[in-house]
Design a protein around this ligand. Structure first.
Ligand code: ADP
Ligand code: TRP
Length: 321
C-alpha cells in the first residue's frame, strides 16, 4: 500500500495541520510505503516572497521531522526537487475539463475572498493530481478541505486511462472524521489564511496570550452548561490532553463550577505539554540543518526512482515516445 500526502510551506504549521493531516500521516508510516513532500510549487499560487518560501520550506521540514516523521520509514522530499511532476501536470491538464476546476471549493473560496485568480491557482488541482498519480498512490491522508481535490484526481485518472489505456492507480482520500475540521480560536476552521491558528511550535508567551484571549460567553462559572461539548476550548483540550482529562474538564463545565479562565489555563498547559518532546526534538534539528537537508536530498532520490517509471509509462501511453 502506498500512502502519499503533501503540505504547503505557506506559513507556520498549526493544530489543524497537525491533527488533520500530519499525525494521521505519521501514524500511517507503520502501515505501508509512506511518501510525504513539501508542496513548494503549490505555495507559488499564494506566496510571492522567495526568501520566505525558502525559510518556510525548511521550517516545515524541521517541524514534520520533529513531530515524528521518520526518514527511515517515510520518503520525504521537496516537491520542486522532482520537476517531473510539472511534466505530468501538463499531460493531465490536456484532459481536464474546465468545468471540473471551476467547481472546486478551494478555488471558489479564494476568489470570493478577493484573491485575484492566476492560471496557476486555477490549475492547482491538476498539479495536485500529478503529485498523487506520479507515485501510484493508494491512500491520501488529508483534512476534509482537500477531499474534493482527491476526487478531481480520480476523475482525471479515469479520463487518462480511458483515453490512453490503463496507466494510473486510483487513489482514495483518507479523512479522520474526528479531526476533519479542527476549529480555530474564532470557531471557524483553523487556517493560516484566517489568522485564527494555534501554532504547533508557537512561542510560549504569545501562545498563552492567544489561548487566554479566546472569546467565551458571559455565563458565570457556577452556571451549568449543557452545551459544554460545543465549547471551543473543550474541543481543543480534548485533542491535546489525555482522554480522561478532557472528559473531566467537560463534565465540570457541564455541571457548573469551572470558570472559563481556568478552562483556558488548562488548555494552554496541556497544549504546552503535548508538544514538549517534539519541541526538544525541533531544537535539536534546528541545530543540525545539514542533517535536515540530507534527509530531503535522499528523499528526492528515492522519490525519483518511482516517479521516472510512472512518468515514462504515461509518456509511452500517450504517444510521446
Ligand atoms: P491552511 O488552511 O492553514 O492553509 P493547508 O491548506 O496548508 O492549511 O492544509 C495542509 C493540510 O492540513 C491539509 O491536508 C489540510 O486538509 C489539513 N488541515 C488544514 N487545516 C485543517 C483544519 N482546521 N482541520 C483539519 N485539517 C486541516
Ligand atoms: N493542496 C494540499 C494542501 O493545501 C497540499 C498538496 C499538494 C497535497 N499536493 C498534494 C496533499 C498531494 C495531498 C496530496 O493542503
Amino acid at each position: 500500500m502506498r500512502i502519499l500526502s503533501g503540505i504547503q510551506p505557506s506559513g507556520a504549521l498549526h493544530l489543524g495541520n497537525y491533527f488533520g493531516m500530519m499525525l494521521p500521516a505519521i501514524e500511517l508510516q507503520e502501515r505501508g510505503e509512506a511518501f510525504y513532500f513539501i508542496a513548494d510549487y503549490h505555495s507559488m499560487t499564494s506566496l510571492f516572497d522567495p526568501e520566505q518560501r525558502r525559510r518556510n520550506t525548511l521550517d516545515v521540514a524541521i517541524d514534520f521531522l520533529a513531530c515524528g516523521l521518520d526518514p527511515a520509514k517515510s520518503v520525504f522530499w521537496k516537491q520542486s526537487d522532482l520537476p517531473e511532476v510539472t511534466e505530468l501536470s501538463w499531460l493531465l491538464s490536456t484532459l481536464t475539463p474546465m468545468g471540473l476546476l471551476e467547481r472546486c471549493h478551494s478555488f471558489k473560496d479564494k476568489t470570493a475572498r478577493g484573491i485575484s485568480a492566476s492560471h496557476g491557482l486555477f490549475a492547482y488541482p491538476v498539479l495536485m493530481a500529478a503529485d498523487i498519480l506520479l507515485f501510484d498512490s493508494n491512500i491520501v491522508p488529508v483534512g476534509r478541505d482537500q477531499k474534493q481535490h482527491v476526487e478531481v484526481t480520480r476523475d482525471i485518472a479515469i479520463k487518462f486511462n480511458e483515453t490512453y489505456g490503463a496507466t494510473f492507480v486510483m487513489p482514495e482520500p483518507q479523512i479522520r472524521e474526528s479531526v476533519a475540521v479542527v476549529p480555530g480560536i474564532d470557531g471557524q476552521k483553523m487556517s493560516k489564511s484566517y489568522g485564527n491558528t494555534i501554532e504547533i511550535f508557537g512561542e510560549e508567551k504569545a501562545t498563552r496570550k492567544r489561548i487566554m484571549g479566546i472569546q467565551m460567553d458571559s455565563r458565570t462559572p457556577q452556571e451549568p452548561k449543557p452545551d459544554a461539548d460545543k465549547n471551543l476550548a473543550i474541543q481543543l483540550l480534548k485533542l491535546v490532553a489525555p482522554e480522561d482529562v478532557g472528559v473531566d474538564f467537560e463534565r465540570r463545565l457541564r455541571e457548573g463550577g469551572l470558570g472559563y479562565g481556568d478552562l483556558k489555563k488548562g488548555l494552554f498547559e496541556h497544549y504546552w505539554n503535548h508538544f514538549a518532546a517534539a519541541r526538544a526534538k525541533r531544537a535539536e534539528l534546528a541545530g543540525n540543518l545539514d542533517y535536515v537537508h540530507q534527509v530531503l536530498r535522499d528523499g528526492a532520490e528515492r522519490a525519483r526512482s518511482v516517479a521516472t517509471v510512472v512518468l515514462q509509462k504515461a509518456r509511452r501511453a500517450s504517444g510521446l515516445c
